[in-house]
Design a protein around this ligand. Structure first.
Ligand code: ADP
Ligand code: MG
Length: 351
């Protein structure tokens, strides 16, 4: 590796890793992906690809030593591994943040400790715990760890439902079901000098707990806009966050805002920033992690992003794109139903 470019290590090799690599190229930064998935799509976009079990100490240490900067693209890397890597080379954002937000119970307690609302919830280990918290029904039972795209979640409408087999092994939370008017997210990048760069709220539509579309501008009041921005700033400041993160929100029919969850990484709802802004969430993440300048954000256009899920990808691979359409194929080896295979962003004139 006889080049003089800064070397950025990225742990995780999914589509978010691919898009980070793409942004790094623009900044003339060399990328190394570390993953345990031999089919990881980011291998098509990075400069160097290390595929190893995360428990392989010597490989992981070698990776840490060869990078100038290290970050991650998914939050479910075991905390101990991140900690081990950060003993060799600083990992940004700090793995301690990961420890708080990768567990839904500690994440919600942290948010509430800042005086910010979440849905009502309770810690659950057994069916008896559900019985004790039946005022939370109808609700959603969620694993504390490792859930994504609705995986590890079950809807519980009444106490009748818990007579059925429930996947109760490990730690869970039961969350009260919110009658959702809207869902929005805020993407924010915090730099090493404490400055923040914040994108306007994005309106999201989920189906079967998977994100289907993200749109700017969000159809919300100025008041909710400001509230969502302020909460994201408070959270990133409190966490002393470095890099891009996302705060997902629920809005109910009383226009009350709740934080749903924090993603300590670039986020699916922010993909439209690639085409709609001068600096994307990915470029901003790299700028913050590698301590480059914070460039003021300029919005170029309104936009809508649609996730392409499962076999539908075949239609888009054949599609003739219009000038305002930008198609991203994640180049995943296997097509699976309910799996995000790509996305398409359409720019919509601001008029
Ligand atoms: P994941 O980690 O899989 O993204 P989330 O907790 O964000 O899990 O849930 C995914 C989606 O499921 C949410 O964006 C929302 O549409 C729906 N959902 C989750 N929890 C609730 C809830 N308490 N009330 C209503 N809808 C919910
Ligand atoms: Mg979510």
């Amino acid at each position: 590796m006889g080049n003089m470019k800064p070397i950025l290590g990225i742990i995780g090799g999914g589509q978010l890793g691919s898009m980070l690599c793409h942004a790094a190229k623009k900044l003339d930064i060399y990328t190394i992906i570390l993953t345990d998935d031999p089919d990881a799509p980011a291998q098509n976009f990075c400069n160097d690809f290390i595929c190893t079990n995360y428990s392989n100490k010597s490989e992981v240490e070698k990776f840490a030593h060869s990078c100038n900067f290290i970050t991650f693209e998914f939050e479910n890397i075991p905390f101990e591994i991140l900690q081990e890597i950060s003993n060799i080379k600083q990992v940004r954002p700090d793995p301690k943040i990961n420890k708080i937000v990768q567990n839904r119970f500690s994440e919600k307690n942290f948010i509430n400790s800042l005086g910010i609302s979440t849905t009502e919830f309770a810690f659950i280990k057994t069916k008896n715990d559900i019985e004790k918290n039946k005022e939370l029904l109808p609700g959603i039972l969620k694993t504390c760890l490792l859930g994504y795209d609705g995986k590890g979640q079950s809807v519980i409408n009444t106490m009748e439902d818990i007579k059925k087999e429930l996947p109760l092994s490990g730690d869970f939370i039961l969350e009260k079901f919110v009658n959702l008017k809207q869902e929005i997210s805020v993407i924010i990048t915090r730099f090493q000098n404490g400055e923040c760069s914040i994108y306007e709220p994005i309106e999201n539509i989920h189906k079967e707990q998977i994100l289907r579309s993200s749109t700017i501008p969000a159809n919300i009041s100025k008041e909710l806009f400001n509230q969502a921005h302020n909460i994201a700033k408070i959270i990133s400041e409190k966490l002393q966050y470095i890099g891009t993160m996302c705060v997902e929100y629920f809005i109910d029919y009383n226009n009350k805002l709740y934080v749903n969850e924090i993603a300590p990484r670039v986020h699916n709802s922010g993909h439209l920033t690639i085409n709609a802004f001068n600096v994307s969430q990915f470029e901003n993440h790299i700028r913050a992690v590698c301590n480059l300048d914070n460039i003021p954000l300029q919005k170029k256009s309104n936009a809508q992003m649609i996730n392409i899920i499962g076999a539908d990808i075949a239609n888009y691979r054949k599609k003739k794109l219009k000038n305002e359409e930008f198609f991203f194929d994640y180049m995943k080896k296997e097509i699976k139903s309910k799996r995000k295979m790509g996305h398409i962003t359409t720019l919509i004139s601001k008029q």
